[in-house]
Design a protein around this ligand. Sequence first.
Ligand SMILES: [Fe+2]
Length: 474
Amino acid sequence: MTQNDSPVLTGAYAPIETEVVGEDLPVIGEIPRDLNGLYVRNGPNRRFAAEGRYHWFDGDGMLHAVRFDAGKVTYRNRWVRTRALAEELAAGRALWKGVMEPPRRDRPDMPLKDTSNTDVTFHAGKLLTMWYLAGDVYQIDPETLETVARADWNGTLKTTVSAHSKVDEHTGEFIFFDYGRAHPYMSYGVVGPDGALKHWIPVELPGPRLPHDMAITPNYTILHDLPLFHDRDALGAGRHKVRFYPDLPARFAVIPRYGTVDQVRWFEAEPCFIYHVVNAWEDGDEVVMVACRFRTPTDRHGDPDPERFATMIAHLQMDAYLYQWRFNLRNGRCKESMIDDTLNSEFPSINSGVRGRRNRYAYHVKMANRNLDEPLFTGLVKYDIDTGAYTAWSEGRGFWYNEAPFAPRDHPSSEDDGYVVSFVWNARGRRSEVQIFDAQDFGHGPIARVIVPQRVPNGFHATWVSAERLASGR
Ligand SMILES: [Fe+2]
């Protein structure tokens, strides 16, 4: 199979070749005047075809952003000018193959291509892009989407940084984790609102792992050591293959925000895999974490099926449900329970102003899986995480939704007083739209649609930055 035969290079996945700016875009419905800020989404968009097999995770990072300003809407898109892309542009061809092919042995500094295509957040006046295998962090101008610099926190950064590192909007801190194949396999740090590293510790794991997300509360950070990681034999041969180890527990480190190595406390839970955390908060002696937990696939005897689990993860075949863990800091025990197991949903987002605090609402993408090579994002869901009740929305077959952040209206009066925004591939109109939902009347469907001047390929993570944060830089 060549790269171009891959289903994740065709249809609504196909990469685009242009960087454009579209102003005063056509709107169906009316843009609320109190919706002001920036919706931006990261995702893979291959610049040069390479030899070998293509995985959806391989494409070069491209940002698509929509600026809402007093009813006026502007769209723009740009590649993240990563080190690797700069090298390939200079060469005029691909210099790395994808993650399903052998890594480059002649490039110990970058055996796999760091595309920065996974996540995007806002810190110290800049958008930051990040990569799921831990890599460089790129600072992007939020107005122009130009890549400004590779973040090194005033020269103090000694490690790479993983996607899903978090910003605490109340303190202006960027709280990050890093993981890799060399001992101690993980580290943890805090960057201040001034862009200088203020805290860093190594976090020792039993071996190389593949954590994907983390959680924060005002006083604690939660890191993941989950029993789904490299197949040891494949790793020894230099191949990227994952395996589920059903006999190992899931482990969660609860660390005071500025904790030292000896203050890292590990909690054990049922073996599981998690891509994405919804939120975490403190509740008396407990630190609570809510996340989308993968349903462990079972064989015909009802036993965990590690092979099938590995295949699902490798192909981003989501089968996740809403779940919570409670880490008791007094007795060291973890209690866990299901919140809702009736819906397969992932790519959660919340009102970012309540990250780390007890919250009630989350906005997820409803997932379906037609086959292993083509994950399907079929609708959006508003969850009440107190009760597990939800309201779902979809316009039907062929529509493709994206991670849909919450956008508070100007001067909000409650957690869900605002909007939910998402790029949507409209299968009927054969076009990309930004759909805007009233978060308190989610089942009504979009109250406005902005017609985007080009197709926005299916992608990964997104964020909302309010006009207030854009102006203040935090
Ligand atoms: Fe992710």
